[in-house]
Design a protein around this ligand. Structure first.
Ligand SMILES: Nc1ncnc2c1ncn2[C@@H]1O[C@H](COP(=O)(O)OP(=O)(O)O)[C@@H](O)[C@H]1O
Ligand SMILES: [Mg+2]
Length: 327
């Protein structure tokens, strides 16, 4: 029986900058099951990173949470006290970023950086942590882990640094890893290896992964569930296989129709004609109208409700009055 690990409910976030506001998330809701991979896919600026940072309650000062909850187990991360948050962050929920080199400390060797996580959180002694760090580096597929442990980040390739980051993120066997575009900076072969590594972790340690990406190829390789973001709205959600086979939202449909092959790793999101809307006002109408071939008057008069379950298939949901039915 699937067990919910993270439950995001009606999350709305706005950024304040000096001259304008950005309504970055509008009533986003979805769940991540234990041990599953949930992929969030969408164009740049659609709100993916904002969701990831909300889960850790690490949004910058200029972000206002307008409403909603982010449950991690029984706790709402958005109202939890700092002490409890510190316990969860870095221990039960960890994060890996697009730029692995920037995530590592340039003046500390890699073995010590992995070891520090173990001494800080598990109270290991220095010696023990040193040996354990080498094991962790071996576990993420780094050849010659003893030598890697003595290396500084600049002496390693981007793919090796990303493996080190995965090692650090998984050292404490967290319940959830938030991976924000973890392979975007890597070449295709290394991308595939890193995805395989994440998949192995999920299988062997039961770690759930929130995988943020703009690449449907990545989604098709490792995710169980996919959520499609458009301009701060979650417009479609469902099991990856089903969404790929029969996308329901016109946006998802357009994206997938534009991909010649889904079994390739290196297929970036095709940019649909037209621009994403400005986010300076909360959306009154459906935000996809300017690019939608199926828009009706109703879509302009009243925004479609947030994700609504699809009749006859409770695993899928779509936020559209006029979805694309395939049969
Ligand atoms: N610190 C910030 N200040 C102002 N606006 C921001 C900030 N961070 C993100 N935004 C805006 O919020 C929206 C969503 O951004 P983001 O979550 O980073 O999207 P994604 O990760 O999908 O590219 C964008 O319009 C972006 O410009
Ligand atoms: Mg982002």
């Amino acid at each position: 029986m699937a067990q919910t690990l993270v439950s995001i409910r009606d999350l709305s976030v706005r950024y304040r900058s000096r001259d304008e506001a950005a309504y970055a998330l509008d009533q986003v809701s979805f769940d991540i099951e234990r041990g599953s991979v949930f992929a969030l896919v969408g164009e740049s600026g659609s709100g993916k990173t904002t969701i990831g940072m909300s889960v850790l309650n690490l949004l910058p000062d200029e972000a206002d949470i307008l409403g909603g909850e982010v449950y991690f187990g029984p706790d709402n991360m958005l109202t939890l006290d700092e002490r409890s948050l510190r316990h969860i962050r870095g221990r039960r929920v960890t994060m890996i970023f697009q730029d692995p080199v920037a995530g590592l400390n340039p003046v500390i060797n890699v073995g010590d950086q992995v070891g520090e996580v173990l001494t800080t959180h598990l109270g290991m002694g220095k010696r023990e942590a040193k040996d354990a760090a080498v094991d962790i580096l071996a576990g993420v597929g780094l050849a010659d882990p003893k030598r890697v442990a003595k290396s500084y980040p600049f002496q390693l390739s981007g793919g090796m640094c990303q493996r080190v980051m995965i090692g650090i993120a998984t050292a404490l066997q967290p319940d959830l890893i938030i991976a924000d575009e973890p392979t975007a900076a890597l070449d295709v072969t290394v991308q595939a290896q890193i995805l395989h590594q994440l998949d192995t972790l999920r299988r062997e340690q039961g770690t759930a992964i929130l995988l943020i990406t703009h690449d449907f190829g990545v989604v098709s390789q490792v995710a169980d569930q996919v959520g499609v973001m458009y301009a701060g709205h979650l417009v479609e959600q469902g099991p990856v296989r089903e969404v790929l086979a029969s996308p329901l939202h016109p946006y998802t449909h357009g994206l997938l129709a534009a991909l010649p092959r889904l079994d390739h790793v290196d297929q970036e999101l095709y940019a649909l004609p037209g621009a994403s809307p400005d986010l300076d006002q909360p959306a009154e109408a459906c935000p996809f109208i300017p690019r939608c071939r199926k828009a009706m008057q109703h879509c302009r008069d009243q925004r479609p409700p947030q994700l609504t379950p699809v009749p006859g298939n409770s695993a899928r949901a779509v936020a559209c009055y006029n979805p694309v039915w395939q049969d």
